[in-house]
Write a protein that binds this ligand. Structure first.
Ligand code: FAD
Length: 370
């Protein structure tokens, strides 16, 4: 048997779990190394705003691996010895591989090394965001007042987190106290959608400031231009980059430290290494971090791992040039965007919930020995 180690249970590897029988038929012994639970990003801000419970946004990976009859180590890979074909796991175990596939997502960019300080909440891993929800909800209930929240980053995630925190404040009957810091807020959205969204958030009490957060004290954060802003909680929505494990492989990486893969989803430098989702970038087809790319890449990844083991020709994955992105605005509405088109309203959120809850339900429904 060829030993295939799947590192991370991201969107693409969930598909591999669902088709583990095909891997076995091709002579692949699949072993999964991933935390016992998978948190689904499409529903993350819904959890943050209090609209849905955390259970709805999470999958039991240990149970899924059992049903799929895939050996599972409920931990993380901490280091990789590529030359020796061996993975080091966070629990100290060693695991040999013939083929290895990475689908380990991304982490929040942290150029000022703010993570780990008290009251600093990076948006990834999503477990942080869920812990932030619990802390905020407790504080809002206890003090009958919202803590002052500063969000570093005025990208799509910064806007969505601001909207979710505003939604949570309304649920608790307190006035939102939220400040978003970043340059060109809303410039990432098509046409006039960015300005429309910014105005909608300002009406809900969100304040926007230009600048960059460079340091944090116990009750304030410092901006690069010397200003100091009151801050009980600092959220890092500063963009996503590949986890450090990818850089440590010593293989070629692209922007944001993502592993450079060929259109066949194979490292451009090591044919034993495959990758999909946020931690990878397809040569010549760079795309932003979004779950949809892991989902769309999954069938090609499955076919190519089988082809690599059986020495058959590999398929080509072409990430789509346009994709639907729907933001949950925490007030019962959503903002849907595709290419240059956008639409704001309840229908957009209805569609988002339908797609996201549908994904989680399908991924959680494996047939025994699939
Ligand atoms: C607040 C927020 C909201 C978002 N909303 C959306 C949205 O609505 N739609 C959308 O398309 N995108 C959204 N995104 C982007 C989205 O999170 C990512 O693009 C998507 O999750 C990437 O999917 P993936 O399959 O690459 O990895 P992930 O879904 O991140 O899964 C990777 C898995 O690998 C595991 N892992 C990590 N390191 C290791 C390791 N060393 N060893 C083993 N396992 C490991 C992790 O625990 C995780 O379970 C959002 C992001 C944020 C921060």
């Amino acid at each position: 048997m060829t030993r295939l180690v799947l590192v991370g249970a991201g969107h693409a590897h969930l598909h591999l779990l669902a088709h583990a029988g095909r891997l076995r038929e091709a002579g692949l012994e699949a072993v999964l190394v991933a935390p016992a639970r998978f948190d689904y990003s499409g529903l993350a801000t819904g959890v943050l705003s209090g609209a849905i419970g955390r259970e709805a946004a999470s999958l039991d990976i240990a149970a899924l691996a059992k049903v799929a009859e895939v050996a599972h180590h409920a931990t993380q890979v901490s280091a990789v010895d590529l030359a020796g074909g061996r993975l080091m796991l966070a629990d100290g175990a060693l695991l040999d591989f013939d083929l290895v596939s990475f689908n380990i997502g991304s982490v929040a960019r942290d150029r000022q090394a703010l993570s780990g300080q008290p009251g600093v909440w990076p948006v990834k891993p999503l477990a942080n965001l869920f812990a932030f929800h619990s802390w905020l909800a407790t504080e809002m209930a206890r003090r009958a007042r919202s803590p002052q929240v500063v969000i570093a980053g005025a990208g799509q995630t910064g806007f969505e987190v601001a909207a979710a925190v505003a939604g949570l404040a309304v649920r608790h009957g307190v006035t939102p106290r939220i400040c978003v810091i970043g340059d060109a807020p809303g410039a990432w959205a098509p046409g006039r959608a960015g300005r429309h969204l910014r105005q909608a958030l300002e009406r809900r009490g969100v304040v926007f400031e230009m600048g960059e957060v460079v340091a944090r004290t116990s009750s304030a954060c410092q901006l690069g231009d010397g200003r100091s802003l009151p801050c009980d909680a600092l959220v890092l929505a500063t963009g996503l980059e590949a986890p450090p494990l990818i850089g440590a492989l010593g293989l070629p990486v692209g922007a944001d430290g993502r592993l450079r893969v060929s259109p066949q989803m194979r490292s451009v430098a090591d044919p034993r290494v495959f990758a999909a989702g946020d931690c990878a970038v397809v040569d010549g087809a760079e795309r932003p971090a979004a779950g949809v790319f892991g989902v769309r890449a999954a069938p090609v990844l499955l076919a190519n791992l089988i082809a690599a083991a059986t020495e058959k020709p590999l398929k080509v994955y072409r990430p789509q040039a346009r994709w639907l992105s729907i933001m949950d605005l925490g007030d019962g509405t959503g903002l849907a965007m595709r290419g240059g088109l956008w639409s704001h309203g309840r229908a957009a959120l209805w569609l988002k919930r339908r797609l996201d809850l549908g994904f989680v339900a399908r991924a959680g429904r494996l047939r025994p020995g699939a």
